[in-house]
Design a protein around this ligand. Sequence first.
Ligand code: IVH
Length: 669
Amino acid sequence: MTKEEAQKEIVELTEKINYHNELYYQKNTSEISDYEFDQLLEKLITLENDFPEFKYPDSPSQRVGGTITKEFETVYHKYPMLSLSNTYSTEELEDFDKRVAKGLNGEPYEYFCELKFDGVALSLTYQNGVLARGVTRGDGTRGDDITNNVKTIRTIPLRLKGDCPQEFEARGEAFLPRENFTRLNREREDIGEEPYANARNTASGTLKMQDSSIVAKRGLDCYLYSMMSDGDGTSTHETSINDLIRLGFNVSPTYAKCANMAEVIDYIHRWETKRLELPLETDGIVIKVNSVKQQNVLGYTAKSPRWAIAFKYKAESAATVLKNITYQVGRTGAVTPVAELQPVFLAGTTVKRASLHNANEIARLDLRIGDTVYVEKGGEIIPKVTGVDHGKRPTGSVSVEYIKNCPECGTALVRYEGEAVHYCPNLTGCPPQIKGRVEHFIQRKAMNIDSLGERTINQLYEKGLVRSPADLYDLTFDDVYQLEGFKDLSTQNLLKGIEASRETEFESVLFALGIRYVGKTVAEKLAGSLLNIDNLANATYEELIEVPEIGERIAQSVLSYFEEPENRREIERLKSAGVQMEIAEKENTAVSAVLSDKTFVVSGVFENFSRDQLKETIKNHGGKVISAISGKLDFLLAGDKMGPAKKEKAEKLGVRIISESDFLKMIEP
Ligand code: IVH
């Protein structure tokens, strides 16, 4: 392909992808399948890798990330990012209103109200309508350049639609929508990771991640609320909000213009509970003088504008009595302490229980049974205990001693180094762990046996019929028929569901096994590289960390999983039941057969291709990719930074070591 052809194709693909993206994200429809869309994107990425001179800063390929930033560059803000002074009462707001009236010498003025979004402040610089830079607030004077991560936020336009100043800055708040936060935490708990405490910190941590492809998957969003540029600019805040909307930015539709402080207070009341239905956390209202000219007259203090103020809602909290502490054991054996409370009404619901997180939290609060505690409903869905009223402590109360044994099976609990959580190590004998593993196994993302639910699993466990996922495949009609609520049809349905799960692709099976830290994406990576369960079970630490995105912690976890004879037995049983233990042949993407019967190990970092791309290319030309170097191996395709042990081994065994360019010559048409 000539340079000109490549450029033309890149432009065409970009237009197509942008068109489909807009349909999907803005109009909620689509004209092509996800697969077809991925194909277009993949083609664009490959072309951009081949012709990096045509990789434009607003390319839709930037949305999927893939860049690694080791250290974010510090950049100075052109206009400092100030903060707002806070108020908690309407009296203080009246005072603010008086100060504004006085500052404006009796001139008429109006306010513009917005919600105060609880996320991470971002500054986005656009040059000639293209997103040039995304920077964090930092200390207000300088922040981190996180452009690559910002570009993965789908609602932030990479190129603007209408007329705009040649250079300007848009400011707003990046956030992790509640829904995505819950999903992320569910996924984390699913693979034995501790859930994140709140959406705000998670959003902030996500934006500082080195690997932008992980940022892309988290699903951050961003609401914009101000626009600044040199020169005349707009006449009111309202016009800049309208400009932001016109240019294609995501502006929360919750704003309102208010003629006076009474209308502002109405707005505050209106959103007090309604804000809880919004997709993100909000902790108050921002009140701004609408006219930009008047804003300039009022000016700034060292830290904040005199023309704006934040009204903060008080976090709803209630006092109640701690009756007891109970302990829950999850699928991975993690123990969570729960405060059992005297029921109390809080923000629309009755609260009876609150999370206490772990032993450190109990110690930090110095909790005692009978204490009067404060509970709060914050950003988290489950209320939490935030403090103790020591004045009301009953005499003679003693500190809570954290349990030493599992409340479910009695086994002594363990605490791993550096972790706050206690675990029950009795993997195979502790009921919630056994049931949890079966529940994990059957879920939609795993084996997708939707004819089975928590209640049935409970019954199957109680009757001693199921002690591990493999037992499901031994269930007979009579076993199921005797369960409460099962008739002919429901029994057949359940068995049919189990039967059908035998066809579930290996990637999902691997996730279903519930290996700690092996989530769906990790399972896909492992399956894609190691191809079948035997290769995985026999892979060495070095081979595992060779797999893209697999680090030390996951590699160790996989190794310890396969060290357990019980796990190996379970896999053998699943295998005999006909569950897929190798990846299916992909549809025919063959380009040639020049490499047929040749085996390759791909190792190191390459100049023009990722390891995955090279592996794909080998397969497309009839070759086979394996992970271990042996005497039978034909070629070691070696890039930079390949471990010296590998090279030595290959040399010793007489394996041919080839470079990226040698390889490309081999497949030249
Ligand atoms: S306007 C001079 N509008 O609150 C600062 N800020 O305490 C003007 N924030 O750093 C900012 N929602 O991160 C503005 N609707 C909104 C906001 C908002 C949240 C945050 C922002 C800022 C902090 C100031």
